[in-house]
Design a protein around this ligand. Structure first.
Ligand SMILES: *Cc1c(COP(=O)(O)O)cnc(C)c1O
Length: 495
């Protein structure tokens, strides 16, 4: 079609894209996505662009008149794809590997079409009720008890912040009404988490106005699990000093090593002090749907809240984080605020999403999770997570069998922490440490620069450690073998 004529027609038209055009580009885009997945392995995992490169290629002012979908989509190919780090690539092993899935993408598509704001039952009966039912299915799959009610937030950071807010509401110090500043009647409120806890706990505490000094970090043992003796001692010491302990955050699957805090022992410490126990299982929690791994949530039946992220290891497109909470009443007390224009006759009988958090409108996220659970079924999801754990054990066994490499932490899930450690005769301890840190960092950057795999790192006992996380729905043994070969090639080249 004549481009000028099309532009002129669009400039005069009101309303959305025509149904005919929508169909055409909708079909094209689905084809585009199918191709993307079919050929994703040909793309570099890590974006091979320099900072600022994309910005320099984009116009600095918005288009005055509409452009054709062809032009826009051509720019997706030309500009956007090269600037992507491909999280859906089967050789993405960095951070926690995650992935979307086809039923999840369809769920997102429908949810964007419905564009529901799930704040009241009335504005979103389907979203409200589907969320309750889907999260109860997930609760059963995880083996959590019926006292746990589920609620969806965007991220684990936000879920944990809400859990700590509910715990604080339970302190009965009128903090909702009076706040925390300018008060002499308020002792320091204390939250405990291990030194391996995720930074989102610190951020939640900062956001809630508790202040960083409210968070006491408890040392971890040699396997990176919270030292419960140190926790009990810290609580006793704080109480003697007039501090009010009110919450412990335990982690099932820490970010550095996926270690599991001893929740059963932590529960025993929390209960006599009537402290809220929040479990951060953002990554590891999903594994509990596998019967032989259910034990990872041992003790969580007595926790007050638990977060897990379907967007991490349940093949759900970002974002979708689930908070299970035993005291929805406290969460509601902390956040419910119903102005006149939001009052409805049915409000006493139904759940209103906006009562349980800072957001008013909420996305219809339950739809994609419901579609994923139905499409794969409990058994299908189990098989995929089980396979990821098998691949991680396989990789860990290669590391263990090689004199050149060393495992740096246990592998309870599908994350392997390891590093190269070739020896040199007569080297000092400090010299060795510095050499190995530099070597491992160089190997990681060299592997990532190939575009064939993407790994990340952490520091364990002050030693630079490589992390290989398996969690992508497309990752197979072939990819794991490939990255092992790449690592060994780079080790050879760097020694
Ligand atoms: C990933 C992760 C988080 C943060 O998750 P978001 O959903 O990105 O906020 C928090 N805690 C743990 C243990 C995690 O692994």
């Amino acid at each position: 079609m004549n481009n000028q004529r099309e532009t002129a027609a669009r400039a005069q038209a009101l309303g959305d894209m025509s149904a005919q055009e929508f169909r055409r580009f909708g079909h094209e885009l689905i084809d585009w996505i199918a191709n993307y997945f079919e050929h994703i392995e040909d793309l570099p995992v890590l974006a091979q662009v320099e900072p600022g490169e994309l910005k320099a290629q984009l116009p600095s002012t918005p288009p005055g008149h509409g452009e054709s979908m062809e032009t826009i989509l051509a720019d997706v190919d030309r500009l956007i794809v090269p600037a992507l780090t491909h999280w859906s690539h089967p050789s993405f092993f960095a951070y926690f590997a995650t992935s979307t899935s086809a039923p999840g993408i369809f769920g997102e598509l429908l949810s964007a079409a419905f564009d529901v704001k799930s704040m009241l039952w009335r504005t979103s009966p389907a979203s409200t009720e589907l969320e309750e039912v889907t999260l109860d299915w997930l609760r059963q799959m995880l083996g959590l008890d019926q006292g746990m009610s589920g609620f969806i937030y965007d991220t684990a950071s936000v879920s944990s912040m809400h859990a700590i807010a509910a715990a604080r509401e339970g302190v009965e110090m009128r903090i909702r009404e009076e706040g925390m500043s300018g008060r002499k009647d308020l002792p320091l409120l204390r939250v405990y988490a291990s030194e391996q806890a995720h930074s989102s706990i610190d951020k939640g505490i900062i956001t809630l106005g508790l202040g960083q000094r409210s968070l006491r970090k408890i040392p971890a043992d040699d396997q990176f699990r919270m030292n419960t003796k140190a926790l009990a001692d810290a609580i006793d010491e704080d109480k003697r000093n007039g501090i009010l302990p009110f919450c412990v955050v335990a982690t099932v699957g820490t970010t550095s090593t996926s270690s599991i805090d001893p929740v059963p022992a932590i529960v025993e410490i929390c209960e006599p002090h009537a402290m809220w126990l929040h479990v951060d299982a953002a990554y590891g929690g999903s594994a509990a749907i596998v019967p032989e791994m259910r034990h990872i949530l041992d003790g969580c039946d007595r926790a007050d809240s638990l977060v897990l992220n379907p967007h991490k290891w349940l093949f759900t497109p970002f974002d979708c984080s689930v908070l299970y909470c035993r005291h929805m009443d406290l969460l509601r007390r902390a956040f419910s605020l119903v102005p006149e224009y939001l009052r409805t006759p049915e409000q006493e009988k139904v759940r209103s999403g906006s009562d349980y958090g800072v957001q008013l409108g909420r996305r219809f996220r339950a739809l994609k999770l419901w579609m994923i659970i139905r499409y794969f079924g409990h058994q299908g999801l189990v098989a995929r997570i089980r396979e990821h754990c098998r691949l991680a054990q396989l990789f860990a066994s290669w590391v263990q069998e090689s004199p050149q490499w060393k495992l740096m932490a246990p592998t309870p899930f599908a994350l392997v922490c390891f590093r190269a450690c070739p020896t040199i005769e007569g080297e000092s301890t400090e010299g060795r440490k510095q050499r190995l840190d530099a070597l491992n960092e160089a190997i990681m950057h060299a592997v990532n620069a190939t575009g064939k795999a993407f790994l990340s790192h952490t520091k364990l006992n002050d030693q630079l450690t490589l992390r290989l996380s398996i969690g992508n729905i497309r990752t197979t043994e072939k990819h794991v073998k490939q990255v092992w070969d790449l690592l060994n090639q780079q080790l050879e080249q760097h020694t």
